[in-house]
Design a protein around this ligand. Structure first.
Ligand SMILES: *[C@@H]1O[C@H](CO)[C@@H](O)[C@H](O)[C@H]1NC(C)=O
Length: 216
């Protein structure tokens, strides 16, 4: 695959770990952080990251546009297959916590993103300025830690909340494979908030973004 991006990182700090460790299934070793790659798309100059979702044995890799002001994480899940995926019902606690505001139905074959009585959360495509309610789902995502020099450990974070969207919403996103978006806003369901909660970390993150694209 040709690569015309600079790789830099999104780092969620472990420095200010709050010590509720007894109830916490995940504990980051000191002086390590959770890290996501950031790439710059050469023609649109937009930044995107990559994460893996679903069954840890055969995860789905998702390239997702980074949106500082967006609150949720969403991706096109029309071809998403994962036995551990769970949608949220209308009116459920999960739905309320994710600010679900509409109740969705679907008339075609049931699959992730197509169910009746489903909690709908808003997903916004900032390139096309297109806002639509999509199914609230949860699944395991796989993330990695770093000590600042190298990748350290993989963690499977269960019950990660995202919206499982129709393919129509990905139109115009930069990159050949970008099919989703990660929000970095200060809400329960943004990417850094969910990762910080899973590890009981302070809600603190750093973005290290490339100033230019590099062709290599
Ligand atoms: C939703 O309900 C309608 C009406 O009962 C039904 O025709 C449709 O197949 C259901 N959709 C799913 C995804 O189960």
């Amino acid at each position: 695959m040709t690569s015309s991006q600079t790789l830099t990182t999104l780092v969620i700090f472990s420095l200010l770990t709050i010590s509720y460790a007894a109830t916490d299934p995940f504990k980051l070793p000191t002086h390590t952080s959770i890290h996501f790659p950031i790439r710059k798309h050469q023609t649109t100059l937009q930044y995107y990251t990559t994460f893996a979702a679903g069954n840890p044995q055969s995860p789905t890799t998702v390239d997702a546009l980074i949106d500082l002001g967006a609150q949720p994480v969403w991706f096109d899940c029309t071809s998403y297959i994962s036995p551990s995926y769970k949608r949220a019902s209308c009116g459920s606690n999960r739905c309320k916590k994710a600010l679900g505001s509409v109740c969705l139905g679907c008339n075609s074959t049931p699959r992730p993103g197509c169910s009746n009585n489903t909690c709908g959360v808003y997903a916004y495509n900032p390139i096309r300025e297109y806002l639509t309610a999509q199914e609230l789902g949860e699944d395991t995502i796989r993330i990695t830690s770093t000590d600042g020099h190298s990748i350290q450990l993989n963690y499977n974070i269960p019950k990660f909340q995202f919206s499982c969207a129709d393919s129509g919403i990905v139109e115009g996103l930069p990159g050949d494979h970008t099919k989703g978006l990660v929000g970095l806003a200060r809400t329960h369901v943004s990417l850094p908030s969910q990762i910080s909660s899973a590890f009981n970390l302070a809600k603190k993150f750093a973005l290290c973004i490339p100033s230019s694209s590099i062709t290599d």
